[in-house]
Design a protein around this ligand. Structure first.
Ligand code: AMP
Length: 482
């Protein structure tokens, strides 16, 4: 096993790594750091969670130290472009950590914040600038910044930058940076448009790849509920409150919807049912977005509802579950969404809610990714619960008691318990996740509430997933401060 100092990094960087507590390089770091230190251009095909930020930042910092140039007026020496504001902010935090001992100045500029403040902070230039393309070009157009000092250019999550329509911005930036520079280009996928972009930006790059294209992360167990659209909210509430057991102990739960209004609606309904959650999407101000992420990260609010704006690049340790409340209509997006769990070597669980009208998306994502989703059963009497006659919704005080009809959940795509179209249920435990065996399923809240093995369905496990030793699966997230 290679160590960081064998890769040729400088003492200040090694000290910063020690402070971070990283002992060994990840595969992308092992492959990328030596050629970048030699000054080569790099094409990295890697998903988030692989440690790619350090793979470009560590050698990038050493390249700047070695060249030892002065900070250029109204310019920067290393420019890192990222698709989203959250990712840019996160990269800047890492850059500050990694560069702490090297004495490099790091700045970040993103849209949705004061342009005047950005203008002021960049007036004297900076060593490292992390930016979203739109804001960067705004400042360039206002003559508040230029790219003439760039020695190292990094494009992170290039495929998402294209998805977000930054192609023209990137082409312009390519014309403004000096020809003599080093380019480090990262993308999770390599469609044709990206290959063309690489040709424009890079000069004979060393290619490193750590995961096959579009494959879903290996450490993520993936499950599926076939559920009607109007049942999704009830199912989510039952899961989050621990009334319907799911695999794994809920720590932080990230839930994806397709639309901004959908995200707000879910938050509102959860709130009406005493479950606190925040939403993060494009209609929120930058301050609101950052606050929601901070609360999630700090554990003050353990449920976050997001649109795809948060699907890429965001690194929050301790996301135990990703729930696809609505399936994405682009298969790759599924890979990015579920990649928010299983960060930094941990395991994770992804659960998809698929309604009748989403079957095509499900088939598409199974065909285009390696996703194998194991089907889970809906709660017993679920339809009755949804219609408000089930036992989880007590009648108001003084009201006449509604007779609790037992209604079987309406089977989707055939008889109840049968496989969903295209889903590949497994009867046996997945041997590739031996580390999960014996892990308790219920969280502290499960202990508190007696949920998990309790609830309306004690002892019963959702169809098909393996029995774990210890407590039952399920248990709502710990809602600290909720
Ligand atoms: P990234 O793919 O850059 O978003 O990194 C994913 C996570 O891995 C982040 O939480 C990093 O702090 C962490 N990380 C990066 N490199 C290492 C390493 N060599 N050892 C342990 N953790 C790491």
């Amino acid at each position: 096993m290679t160590t960081f100092d064998q890769l040729g990094l400088s003492q200040p960087v090694l000290q910063a790594l020690e402070l971070k507590g990283y002992s060994d390089p990840t595969p992308i770091q092992e492959q990328a750091i030596p050629p970048v230190l030699e000054g080569r251009d790099l094409l990295g095909i890697a998903q988030t969670g692989t440690g790619k930020t350090a793979a470009f930042m560590l050698p990038g910092i050493d390249r700047l130290r070695e060249a030892d140039n002065r900070i250029p007026f109204k310019s920067c020496r290393m420019l890192v472009l990222a698709p989203t504001r959250e990712l840019a902010t996160q990269i800047a935090v890492s850059a500050k950590d990694y560069g702490a001992m090297a004495g490099l100045k790091v700045q970040v500029i993103v849209g949705g914040t004061s342009v005047n403040k950005d203008r002021n902070k960049l007036h004297r230039g900076t060593d490292i600038l992390v930016a979203t393309p739109g804001r960067l070009l705004d400042l360039i157009d206002q003559k508040a910044f230029n790219l003439s000092g760039v020695e190292v250019l990094v494009l992170d999550e290039a495929d998402q930058m294209l998805d977000l329509g930054f192609i023209h911005a990137l082409r312009r930036i390519n014309q403004l940076v000096p020809k003599e520079r080093q380019t480090l280009f990262f993308s999770a996928t390599m469609p044709k448009a990206i290959r063309e972009l690489v040709t424009g930006f890079c000069n004979d790059p060393v290619k490193v790849s750590v995961t096959p294209q579009s494959s879903t992360a290996e450490r993520i167990e993936q499950y599926l509920f076939m559920v009607q659209q109007d049942e999704k909210q009830a199912l989510l509430q039952m899961i989050l409150s621990g009334r319907h057991p799911i695999p794994g102990e809920q720590e932080r739960v990230l839930i994806f919807t397709r639309t901004k209004h959908g995200a707000d609606r879910v938050v509102k309904k959860l709130g009406q049912n005493g479950i606190r959650a925040n939403a993060i999407h494009g209609n929120k101000s930058q301050g609101q977005r950052q606050r929601a992420l901070d609360e999630f990260r700090a554990g003050r609010c353990l449920i976050l509802i997001a649109t795809d704006v948060a699907a890429r690049g965001i690194d929050i340790p301790g996301v135990s579950h990703v729930i696809n409340y609505e399936l994405p209509n682009v298969p790759e997006q599924y890979v990015h969404r579920i990649g928010r769990t299983a960060r930094a070597g941990r395991d994770g669980i992804a659960i998809a809610f698929c309604a009748e009208d989403e079957r095509a998306y499900l088939k598409d994502l199974q065909r285009n990714t390696d996703a194998e989703l194991e089907r889970l059963e809906l709660p017993e009497n679920f339809r009755a619960v949804v219609e408000g006659v089930g036992p989880t919704k007590p009648p108001p005080r003084g009201a006449t008691r509604v007779s609790r009809k037992k209604v079987r959940p309406k089977p989707l795509g055939g008889a109840g318990g049968k496989k969903a179209d295209g889903a590949k249920p497994k009867s046996k435990p997945k041997s590739k996740h031996p580390s999960r065996k014996g892990k308790p399923g219920g969280g502290p809240s499960a202990e508190r509430k007696g949920a998990g093995t309790g609830g309306r369905n004690p002892g019963k496990r959702p169809g098909g997933f393996r029995k774990r030793r210890g407590k039952g699966a399920g248990g709502g997230p710990r809602r600290g401060g909720a």
